[in-house]
Design a protein around this ligand. Structure first.
Ligand code: ZN
Length: 258
């Protein structure tokens, strides 16, 4: 496997405030996901809200192929300048994986351009995530579905743009359904939203869930062409490839923003 550098951002608030969550994730949600990804051969770095620039400095982002995001109660504390920087890196090819309550993070809403709202219920109900795209790189190694005995319910309408590809649809014991795994392309960047991961359940120890996250990292790593123009720039192509016939039309002197 070629080297893949992953940065896991976790706001890391519940684990320190709520003893139940702290017991479940003694090294934090980022620690649980990180241990699995290290064992899979990824180069892993972690970042938390309280770190300088939330651990997401320009140097860190420049050395990140895929950023994983988990947040819940502290979305509003994430600095807008850091969000701008992450958006720019995504447009230039960094992958983004957004987990669970990260649906309301500033960066996910920025990249989607919609409210990313949904409905929810906390009743430890059974969830079955049906694989609706078994040929996708992200769903490899799974059966027809993943079953979680206890989960927080997320229900439709999930206010996101129509996904480029839909991978999972969840069914919940209480009757709701939800598009729980979907991908989008933005600029050169690949974005994967994956729903499971409520902090009071041991979901980030589930081998199927971890496998999907690892598959997601492999999928989201950029493998496109950086020589193309048009990402965050609008170059003026004054020299055409072919000679253009002089039409005798005068052009106004217009300043074009760069
Ligand atoms: Zn939750």
């Amino acid at each position: 496997m070629t080297e893949c550098r992953v940065t896991i951002y976790n706001e890391f608030v519940h684990e320190q405030r709520n003893p139940e969550v702290g017991k479940l994730y003694p090294k934090g949600i980022h620690g649980a996901i990180g241990e699995y990804l290290v064992a899979q051969g990824f180069l892993v770095r972690t970042a938390t809200l309280e770190m300088e620039e939330h651990g997401l400095t320009r140097d860190v982002l420049d050395a990140t192929d895929v950023l994983i995001w988990w947040g819940h109660v502290a979305h509003h504390k994430v600095d807008d300048a850091v969000v701008d920087r992450i958006q720019s890196r995504i447009l230039n090819g960094m992958g983004l994986i957004v987990l669970h309550s990260g649906h309301l993070s500033k960066i996910f809403r920025r990249m989607m351009g919609t409210s990313c709202g949904l409905c929810w219920r906390e009743a430890a109900e059974r969830e079955r995530l049906w694989v609706v795209n078994p040929n996708h790189e992200i769903t490899q190694g799974l059966g027809r579905y993943i079953e979680l005995p206890n989960a927080e319910m997320y229900g439709e309408q999930f206010d996101v743009p129509e996904p480029d590809e839909l991978l999972f649809i969840s069914w919940f014991e209480g009757g709701e359904v939800f598009r729980s795994g979907a991908v989008w392309h933005r600029g050169r960047g690949r974005i994967f939203y994956f729903r499971p991961g409520h902090e009071t359940y041991p979901i980030f120890y589930n081998q199927d869930i971890l496998r999907v996250i690892a598959n997601g990292v492999r999928w989201a790593k950029f493998r496109g062409n950086t020589e193309t123009c048009g990402i965050e720039v609008c170059p003026n192509i004054t020299e055409p490839l072919e000679a253009i016939e002089d039409k005798g039309v005068a052009f106004a002197e217009i300043e074009h923003p760069q």
